[in-house]
Design a protein. Structure first.
Length: 368
């Protein structure tokens, strides 16, 4: 199978803060251990909005805070249309979902499998290329017709997974990584997920697919909580209507839960999680507040509670999340609410940012 690859592609390119313009750019060429992906769909993430408005989270070519000419977007899927030299792990025509990070493979963290915490993060330009890649963060991303991806970031997907579902695999992979950090063995264990955003909702689906019981979802919007039930939540708690700690204790017969996946970023989320968890339990932070917050460290220490964090979708969690979605262990498509064409990407960003029509995951389709 061969594809006709043009010399130029359309891409939404970062200019001044908050400004994206569609431009023509050369189609990039894959090197060793890389492939060229024709992007078929890309989902909008809140982090994309931060990159567009406030700059990338690491040093990239052009300097901080903005690299004019940079292409954001990281939650994409597509079709391999060209292989780099020596690549035989994939073939042209394969449909793939992608994860964001490809570590340098040489630093201490990468050797431990924590490539999202690569010690060479962002050092990938000019004469300072250490091999790290994070498409949409430190290297060009998915708001374009084509992108280069390391084979380390690819997951094959079958025809039973739609383009829209495939863009959600990286979100489910983030949830899977959080559960990994909690220990992974959640079957039969009570777990709270705080915050029914995309990661929180995917955490419900993944945790239930792995056997967690009960799964309790907390949040502020009844319609999101109802969606959580469809994804597998056994109980939901609206924190504006109930005392969340008391509700969790009542559900668990006064004992509390073993694990909390904190996906809300609410200022008091850590302290509330501490009060609803058993001694010796674990809290994983998948989100964070916009400003510094006060945390009752003494309560954490007295109760031997472990506080963990994740960044992105490390330790190949995306591959396992893709398997769950492919096997229809939960319906990831439930969080896909809107679809736009490539020319309408600014409108898609607006829907995502302002939650117009209760947008959760907004997907942009890119015609081949």
């Amino acid at each position: 199978m061969t594809y006709q690859i043009p010399e130029k592609m359309r891409a939404w390119v970062l200019g001044n803060p908050g400004v994206l313009t569609m431009e023509e750019k050369p189609v990039p060429q894959p090197g060793k251990t890389e492939v060229l992906v024709r992007i078929d769909a890309v989902a909008i993430c809140a982090t994309d909005l931060e990159v567009i408005e406030r700059g990338t989270p690491a040093m990239i070519q052009g300097g901080l805070p903005f690299n004019k000419g940079f292409i954001p977007g990281h939650e994409y899927m597509g079709t391999i249309v060209k292989l780099g030299p020596g690549v035989d792990e994939y073939k042209v025509g394969d449909r793939v979902a992608v994860e964001i990070h490809a570590g340098c493979n040489t630093c201490e963290r990468c050797r431990e499998g924590m490539y999202t915490a690569c010690l060479n993060y962002g050092r990938n330009y000019e004469g300072n290329d250490k091999g790290h890649r994070a498409n949409g963060f430190t290297t060009d991303g998915g708001f374009a017709e084509y992108a280069i991806n390391s084979i380390k970031t690819l997951t094959k997907i079958g025809d039973n997974v739609t383009d829209e579902e495939a863009t959600l695999i990286v979100t489910a992979g983030t949830a899977m990584y959080g559960l990994d950090m909690l220990g992974g063995l959640v079957a039969g264990q009570p777990l709270v997920v705080t915050g029914p955003g995309p990661i929180g909702l995917m955490a419900v689906g993944v945790a239930k697919a792995l056997g967690a019981n009960p799964v309790i979802l907390t949040g502020t919007r009844d319609n999101r909580l109802e969606l959580g039930k469809k994804l597998g939540a056994d109980y939901t708690v609206n924190v504006r209507k109930q005392d969340v700690v008391a509700a969790v204790k009542e559900i668990t017969n006064g004992e509390g839960v073993n694990y909390v996946m904190e996906c809300s970023g609410a200022p008091n989320a850590i302290n509330e999680s501490t009060n609803m968890i058993k001694r010796g339990g674990k809290i994983c932070l998948c989100a964070f507040p916009a400003k510094p917050v006060e945390v009752d460290v003494a309560a954490l220490v007295r109760n031997n509670i472990c506080l963990l964090t994740i960044r992105g979708e490390g330790r190949s969690a995306v591959h396992r999340a893709a398997s769950l979605i492919s096997e229809k262990r939960f319906d990831a498509s439930l969080i896909h609410t809107h679809t736009f064409g490539f020319n309408d990407l600014p409108t898609a960003l607006k829907y995502s940012k302002e939650r117009i029509e209760d947008a959760i995951k907004v997907v942009v389709k890119i015609p081949g």
